[in-house]
Design a protein around this ligand. Structure first.
Ligand SMILES: Cc1ncc(COP(=O)(O)O)c(C=O)c1O
Length: 371
C-alpha cells in the first residue's frame, strides 16, 4: 500500500508507472522538511514570534474589506503592494523594478521559466539552498553546481571557471546562504555579475538578519543590469503563512517575469495582507534584533562546547561536525526539539527561536552529546 498522502516517502511509482510522468520525476519525493508536531520546531527558519495584536486587527479589517470584492479578479499588477515594497527596499528602487509572487520560491521559479529552459543552464555553489535544483528541473533547465570553500565562502576563481565553462543563463546565489548563513561581499557579487552572461539572482531571503556592516546587493542594483535581488516576507517579517516573496531588478527583467506569471497569480487577499504588513514593518522587524542577539549567543555557546559553527548572518546556524549527525538529530527530536538535517555531511542546522526555545535546544543538545 502507498504511504499516506502528505508523507515524504510517497512518490509517483509503482502502479502509477502507467502515467506519462516525466522521467526525471519518477520516484522523486515532494520537497519539504518534516512537519512534525513537536514542542520546539527549529527546522524551517521561521520567525518564532507571531504577529502582534495590532497587525492581527488591521489584517482582519483589510481581509474583510477585500472579501467584499472577491467576485472580481485581483489587480494583476498589484500596484499598491508593488510601490509599498519598492519604498520598503529604498536604494532608489521604483515600482517598475519590483516584482512579487507567492513566496520567493515562486519568484525564482519564474526567473527560471523566463530565463532558463531546454538547452540552458542554471548554476549555484554547494552547499546552497536545496530548492534551486528543483526550480531548474521544473523549468527544464540544466543544473550545474560548483563548490564553496571549506569555510563556506564563495571560491571566486572556481565560480568564474564554472561560469566561463557553462555560460549559465541564471546564477543563483543566496546571501546570506542557506544552510550556512554566509553572506557574500559586494565585490564578489560585482565580479560574478560582470562575468555572468545571464541573470544573477542574489537571494536575500535572510537579509534583514545580517550583521552590522554586511551590505545588501541592492547597493549594486542601479549599476548592474543583470542583477536581481530576491527577498521574502516569510522570515524577518514573520509572515511565512502569507506567502509573499519579491524581487528587485531592472524593468526589463521584471517585464520578462510578467510574461511567465499565471494570470492573477497574486490573490487580492495576499496583496491586502502584505500591504497591511508593510505598514507595520517597524513593529514586525522589532523581533529581528532579538533574533540576531539570540543567534550570536547560540553561535558562541556552540563554540564554547567545542563544536564548529559557520559564521552566520541569518536566523539560523550550521554546526557540527558529527560522526553520525542523524543520531544527534534524532536524539534532539526524542527530546521534543526538531532541527534540520541538511547541509554537508556531519553538520546540522538550527533555526533561531525564542529565548526559551533556544534554552530547550541547548539542554537537549547537552543531553544528547553527553550520552
Ligand atoms: C535561501 C532561501 N531562499 C528562498 C526561500 C523561500 O522562501 P519563501 O518562498 O517563503 O519566500 C527560502 C526558504 O527557506 C530560503 O532559505
Amino acid at each position: 500500500m502507498a504511504p499516506p498522502f502528505g508523507s515524504a516517502s510517497r512518490t509517483v511509482d509503482g502502479p502509477a508507472m502507467t502515467l506519462p510522468l516525466r522521467e526525471e520525476l519518477r520516484g522523486v519525493p515532494p520537497y519539504g522538511a518534516p512537519q512534525l508536531d513537536v514542542a520546539v520546531a527549529l527546522n524551517v527558519n521561521e520567525n518564532p514570534y507571531p504577529p502582534g495584536e495590532a497587525l492581527v486587527a488591521d489584517v482582519a479589517a483589510a481581509v474583510t474589506e477585500t472579501t467584499r470584492t472577491l467576485n472580481r479578479y485581483p489587480d494583476r499588477e498589484f500596484r499598491v503592494l508593488r510601490s509599498g515594497l519598492a519604498d520598503y527596499l529604498g536604494h532608489g528602487v521604483t515600482s517598475d523594478q519590483l516584482w512579487a509572487a507567492n513566496g520567493s520560491n515562486e519568484v525564482m521559479l519564474q526567473v527560471l521559466q523566463a530565463f532558463g529552459g531546454p538547452g540552458r543552464v542554471a548554476v549555484s555553489f554547494a552547499p546552497t539552498y536545496s530548492m534551486y535544483p528543483e526550480y531548474a528541473r521544473n523549468a527544464m533547465t540544466g543544473w550545474v553546481v560548483g563548490h564553496r570553500e571549506s569555510d563556506f565562502s564563495l571560491d571566486l576563481p572556481h565560480a568564474l571557471e564554472v561560469i566561463d565553462e557553462h555560460r549559465p543563463s541564471v546564477v543563483l546565489l543566496p546571501s546570506p546562504n542557506n544552510p550556512t548563513g554566509t553572506a557574500l561581499p559586494l565585490a564578489t557579487v560585482a565580479v560574478v555579475c560582470a562575468a555572468a552572461p545571464g541573470v544573477v539572482v542574489i537571494d536575500e531571503a535572510y537579509a534583514e538578519f545580517r550583521r552590522q556592516g554586511t551590505p545588501s546587493a541592492l547597493e549594486l542594483l542601479a549599476t548592474t543590469p543583470n542583477l536581481a535581488v530576491s527577498r521574502t516576507m516569510s522570515k524577518a517579517f514573520a509572515l511565512a503563512g502569507a506567502r509573499l516573496g519579491y524581487l528587485a531588478a531592472s524593468p526589463e527583467i521584471c517585464d520578462a517575469l510578467r510574461v511567465v506569471r499565471l494570470p492573477y497569480h497574486l490573490s487580492s487577499v495576499t496583496q491586502a495582507v502584505a500591504a497591511v504588513a508593510l505598514g507595520h514593518a517597524k513593529e514586525l522587524l522589532a523581533s529581528v534584533d532579538t533574533l540576531r542577539a539570540e543567534r550570536d549567543d547560540t553561535v558562541s555557546w556552540l563554540r564554547s562546547h567545542g563544536l564548529q559553527v559557520a559564521d552566520s548572518d541569518a536566523n539560523f546556524c550550521l554546526f557540527g561536525e558529527f560522526e553520525d549527525r542523524h543520531a544527534v538529530w534524532q536524539g534532539l527530536l526524542d527530546r521534543g526539539v526538531l532541527i534540520r538535517e541538511t547541509g554537508p555531511d556531519g553538520w546540522l542546522r538550527v533555526s533561531i527561536g525564542t529565548r526559551s526555545e533556544m534554552a530547550a535546544f541547548r539542554s537537549a543538545l547537552l543531553e544528547v552529546l553527553e550520552k
